[in-house]
Design a protein around this ligand. Structure first.
Ligand code: 5GP
Length: 196
């Protein structure tokens, strides 16, 4: 199997990294998204096996015990997220490069395990106010109730913590203008994928 590369996109929830990852997938056919496992509940617009593998806590724990994860984190209290080793090897076997959209600690963990074939990019938001607005818009598609308010606040607290890890990434991009950010990410990824 030819050794593939990996691109790690991290940054706070609401920073725009999911939009950027969709943009990269449509631009580069040699990239494939790594579908993570999670124990959080499925959202209206999501599909099992496409956005995530939605697992029960027991099933997630059994995968931890049998060493099936390359990394996993309790990203929010009692909500687990993890990358399956199998998912990664499956993509490399297809001769494609992996695209991750994962939290900061998980991203840095993978970078440490694969220092020679990884590129890590942190998408930053320069204002918590903007982040709050984006998260409210996202959850408005569902419903602003107590549970979703709690979800938004959890994500805002985490964003402050995550921003402090930005300097450990290969590139840090402020997502102020989405068009410009996409342009920069495309350039960075293109240099990385096609470098000799
Ligand atoms: P959400 O629940 O909003 O989809 O994702 C919450 C956070 O979990 C995001 O920052 C997302 O990037 C991160 N995440 C998704 N998959 C993984 C994974 O496999 N491992 C880790 N460590 N974080 C993940």
């Amino acid at each position: 199997m030819k050794k593939g590369k990996m691109i790690i996109l991290s940054g706070p929830s609401g920073s725009g990294k999911t939009t950027i990852s969709h943009c990269l997938l449509s631009k580069f056919p040699e990239l494939k998204f790594s579908v993570s496992c999670t124990t959080r509940s499925i959202r209206n617009n999501e599909k099992h096996g496409k956005d995530y593998y939605f697992l029960s806590v027991n099933s997630f724990i059994s995968k931890i015990k049998t060493h099936q994860f390359a990394e996993w984190e309790e990203v929010y209290p009692k909500l687990f997220y993890g990358t399956l080793k199998n998912e990664m090897f499956k993509i490399w076997k297809l001769n494609q490069h992996i695209l991750f959209d994962i939290d900061v600690k998980g991203g840095l963990n993978l970078k440490k395990q694969y220092p020679n074939n990884s590129l890590s990019i942190f998408i930053m938001v320069n204002s918590i106010k903007i982040l709050k607005k984006r998260l409210f818009t996202r959850y408005c598609y569902e419903q602003i109730n107590q549970i979703n308010k709690k979800n938004i606040n959890l994500r805002l607290d985490k964003a402050i913590e995550e921003n402090s890890y930005a300097k450990l990434f290969d590139f840090v991009l402020f997502n102020i203008d989405l068009y410009q950010t996409k342009k920069k990410v495309i350039q960075i990824v293109s240099n990385f994928i096609y470098e000799k």
